[in-house]
Ligand binder design. Structure first.
Ligand code: AHM
Ligand code: MG
Length: 337
């Protein structure tokens, strides 16, 4: 390796997440510092969750279910609750975020000491892919940041019920064979890898673009007979084509990560019993839609762009078809949209 390459490698290792956010904003304004600090807090939560996950099998009582059922009617895992608390603690006394909404909380969580200076709201899914936790498979966290308009405890949910275009930042953490943080501020998509020896997220790929077409389709085919006929026809068509591979991990973040880098499409359609599917708009589908759109892909419900959907409730669900633009268009051609 010549001196120049050595120097380049070293320079890259200094591109930490907080520095990257400041560079992205291109200023040293209060907004830029707030966003940098905010992403830093999300990264801190991610590091704590990653640490806990990596030792979960050794910590008494870390795995398994709590015995409770969340607002979605789903079984709560101990790790879901732990990760939810980690995000809350990471933002207490931060002066950044006034209210948080998550999959695990029926109502938004209010942090009075951060109001009114906390100008942002955080929406998050603390552990995405919960069914993977107890078997040591990849899981993730999903987040979105929006501007706060009403800084009171009794503001209700009205300022959360806006379209995905109002997201200021969005991204995910992937707890896989390494821990990664992928984010967008609406200026491209950037991927960071946690260097455990430094305890820092270091830039691993800048301005990620999703290929326009990929060979992966990612859908829970166990639901085949629950879908409407056009979705079944699409999947039959894929089966009849050479060159496609099915990949479905049980964690949306992991499946989307593969598709972001290698192309393809992820689908969680509605079923006859549940026409809106399973995934929640505000802290699952909309953040990932912002990210994939920024990377040059698409995200739709099948009839509407995900980013245009205005939810009626905090925990509203939407069908999700997301990924490479050509692959999403192919699904749409079967749905007649
Ligand atoms: P969760 O946030 O409660 O884990 O639910 C979301 C997950 C996604 O990560 C995944 O794609 C999907 O649910 C899997 O659901 P299913 O088992 O119905 O295919
Ligand atoms: Mg989830």
């Amino acid at each position: 390796m010549d001196d120049f390459s050595k120097a380049t490698t070293t320079a890259r290792e200094f591109i930490t997440l907080s520095r990257h956010v400041l560079n992205q904003e291109g200023t040293f304004s209060a907004d830029a510092y707030d966003l940098s600090a905010l992403l830093g807090r999300i990264a801190l939560a991610g590091k704590m969750i990653s640490r806990h996950l990596s030792r979960a099998g050794l910590i008494a009582g870390a795995l398994g279910v709590t015995g409770e059922v969340n607002v979605q009617g789903e079984t709560v895992q101990k790790m879901d609750q732990f990760a939810n608390q980690v995000f809350i603690r990471a933002f207490e006394q931060s002066g950044l975020v006034c209210r948080l909404a998550s999959e695990e909380m029926e109502e938004p969580y209010y942090i009075p000491e951060n109001c009114p200076i906390g100008r942002y709201m955080l929406l998050f899914d603390p552990i995405d892919g919960s069914s993977n936790i107890d078997v040591n498979l990849a899981v993730g966290s999903i987040f979105a940041v929006r501007q706060q308009s009403t800084a009171t405890e009794h503001a209700g949910t009205a300022d959360f019920l806006r379209s995905g275009h109002e997201q200021v930042a969005a991204g995910y953490l992937l707890y896989g064979s390494s821990t990664m943080l992928v984010y967008t501020l609406g200026k491209g998509v950037h991927a960071f890898t946690l260097d455990p020896s430094l305890g820092e997220f270091i830039l691993s790929q800048e301005s990620v673009m999703i290929p326009p077409h990929g060979s992966t389709y990612s859908i829970n085919e166990g639901n085949f007979w629950q879908w409407e006929e056009p979705m079944r026809q699409y999947v039959r068509h894929i089966h009849s084509q050479p060159g496609y591979s099915s990949r479905y991990s049980g964690a949306l973040v992991a499946d989307i990560h593969r598709i972001l880098f290698q192309g393809g499409v992820f689908l969680y359609p509605g079923t006859m019993k549940h026409p809106d599917g399973k995934l929640r708009l505000l802290y699952e589908s909309a953040p990932l839609a912002m990210l994939i759109t920024q990377a040059g892909g698409r995200a739709t419900t099948g009839t509407q762009e995900i980013l245009d959907v205005v939810p009626e409730a905090l925990h509203a669900r939407t069908p999700l078809i997301i990924g490479s633009s050509e692959d999403v268009a192919l699904v749409e051609s079967f749905l007649g949209s």
